[in-house]
Design a protein around this ligand. Structure first.
Ligand SMILES: C=C1C[C@]23C[C@@]1(O)CC[C@H]2[C@@]12CC[C@H](O)[C@@](C)(C(=O)O1)[C@H]2[C@@H]3C(=O)O
Ligand SMILES: O=C(O)CCC(=O)C(=O)O
Ligand SMILES: [Fe+2]
Length: 338
């Protein structure tokens, strides 16, 4: 590794990591559900420990992922381009978004995993099993969290949110991200142009996740930043290493009538070390109707978003740039100047 360049004290102050709530899922159930609701309302992000996802399931997925990204570029290209599934390098989506990242994107349907794995590995069975095992385990975790959320929100049908992910036609995705460090020459150039600032490049540009819930796992290399208010970026520490980072997606913000926040975030490239992350995006089936349960509404709290299908929302997302806000187009009395 190259030594990390020094940064000024002032910069360090500004970049102090945010301590997201760390929620122990083995705690007392009603207490855990309250903490999850509070974190989803205040930050839209939190971490979970004692999550029940077996360490070996995570390790097998991480190892397979690492093995793939270590291959020569020409071999990786054989699994691409991501249209939308498969290998992508630097190009994110189809609308000209670009970042210092390479990735593998999967639909989590077992048949689709099997198809995509064939283009990825000389041993597709191993890769397919790693992805299937990981997806199953994180889906279970996501469903458990969604049930705790529904309990905390006092919605009578506590499976109203998790059922979206349990649907056979659920449109959930898995994304494996790989952010290589800055090449030495670029690092030197950046240090020369702004010596008092830690060199930073965008790996994955700012955005909100369109789905219901994201379950993110990363190695111990920092890079994730969240934006609690416009223009402010706060790094999220990658610790504890056993935790999963969970965030509310746009669909859940709509399902909770704006009570839970889908917060903008981005990933920066570390100047010295490789960041790896694995994001499971729990999504509804294409024809599922996204509408806030009536129990969360009252004459004082009317519908904020008109009901829409996931297919409708996905089309709106994919026709736009990564950083575009899309949920406000679905607001009742939408104020497009917002
Ligand atoms: C530029 C794009 C990539 C993206 C689809 C989009 O048109 C806008 C949203 C992007 C995003 C962000 C979160 C997830 O990583 C993702 C898989 C998703 O569902 O929405 C990506 C999409 C993508 O990479 O295809
Ligand atoms: O790599 C990360 O930490 C974040 C990635 C992310 O936000 C995404 O894939 O949607
Ligand atoms: Fe994201």
């Amino acid at each position: 590794h190259q030594p990390c360049p020094p940064s000024s004290r002032q910069e360090k102050e500004k970049l102090r990591d945010i301590e997201l709530p760390i929620i122990d899922l083995l705690g007392e159930r009603s207490e855990v559900s309250k903490l999850i609701v509070k974190a989803s309302e205040n930050f839209g992000f939190f971490k979970v420990i004692n999550h029940g996802v077996p360490e070996h399931v995570i390790k097998v997925m991480e190892d397979e992922s690492y093995r793939f990204f270590s291959k020569p570029a020409s071999e990786k290209q054989r699994a691409g381009p991501a249209n939308p599934y498969g290998y992508g390098c630097k190009n994110i989506g189809f609308n000209g978004d670009y970042g210092e990242v390479e990735y593998l994107l999967f639909h989590t349907n077992p048949l689709s995993i099997s198809q995509t794995s064939k283009t990825i590995s000389n041993d597709p069975t191993l890769f397919r099993c790693a992805v299937n095992g990981y997806v199953e385990a994180v889906r279970e975790l996501a469903c458990e969290i969604l049930e705790l959320m529904a309990e905390g929100l006092r919605v009578p049908d506590t499976s109203v949110l998790s059922n979206f992910l349990k649907d056979y036609d659920s449109d959930s995705l898995l994304r494996l991200n790989h952010y290589p460090p800055l090449p030495p020459l670029q690092l030197l150039q950046l240090l020369n142009t702004s010596p008092n600032q830690p060199p930073s490049r965008i790996g994955f540009g700012e955005h909100t996740d369109p789905q219901i819930l994201t379950i993110l796992r990363s190695n111990d290399v920092a890079g994730l930043q969240i934006s609690p208010q416009e223009g402010l970026w706060v790094p999220v520490s990658p610790h504890p290493s056993t935790a999963f980072c969970v965030n509310v997606g746009d669909a859940l913000q709509a399902l909770t009538n704006g009570r839970f926040l889908s917060v903008r975030h981005r990933a920066m490239v570390n100047s010295c070390r490789t960041r790896m992350s694995m994001a499971y995006f729990g999504a509804p089936a294409p024809n599922a109707r996204i509408a806030c349960p009536p129990e969360l509404l009252s004459p004082q709290i009317p519908y904020l978003y008109r009901p829409f299908t996931w297919d409708e929302y996905k089309k709106a997302t994919y026709s736009r740039k990564l950083g575009d806000t899309r949920l406000h187009f679905f607001r009742v009395q939408s104020d497009l100047s917002e």
